[in-house]
Design a binder for this molecule. Structure first.
Ligand code: FES
Length: 111
C-alpha cells in the first residue's frame, strides 16, 4: 500500500489515503472525490487531470512522454513539477506521494 496526500490549491492538506501500488492516481482522486475532471478518462486528449507534484516525488516519477508534455503545455497553472494524474501509476517508491490540485481545477463531471 502507498500513502497518497492530496493538497488543496492553497497548499493545505485535504486528504490522506492508502492506495494499492499499480493504481492510477486519477482513479484514486475520483474515488476520493477530489476535484479533478479527467475529461478524456486517460486517453491523453485533455489536460484536466493536471496535478502539481511535490518536487521530491516528481523526481521519482518516470519521465513524461512527449504527448504528456504537449498536453501539460495546455494546462492552467502548470508548473515545473506538473504531471497528468492519469499517467501516474502508484509504486512502492512513491509512498507519501503528495500532489496539489491546481486552482483552476473543476469537477464538471460531478465526481
Ligand atoms: S484525463 Fe485526459 S489527459 Fe488525463
Amino acid at each position: 500500500m502507498t500513502l497518497v496526500r492530496f493538497f488543496k490549491a492553497d497548499g493545505t492538506l485535504d486528504k490522506e489515503v492508502e492506495a494499492a501500488s499499480g493504481q492510477r492516481l486519477l482513479d484514486i482522486a475520483w474515488a476520493e472525490r477530489q476535484p479533478l475532471e479527467g475529461a478524456c478518462e486517460g486517453v491523453m486528449a485533455c489536460s484536466t487531470c493536471h496535478v502539481i507534484v511535490e518536487a521530491e516525488d516528481f523526481a521519482k516519477l518516470p519521465p513524461a512522454s512527449e504527448e504528456e508534455e504537449d498536453l501539460l503545455d495546455l494546462a492552467s497553472h502548470a508548473g515545473r513539477t506538473s504531471r497528468l494524474a492519469c499517467q501516474i501509476i502508484l509504486a512502492d517508491d512513491l509512498d507519501r506521494l503528495s500532489v496539489r490540485i491546481p486552482p483552476a481545477a473543476t469537477n464538471w463531471m460531478g465526481r
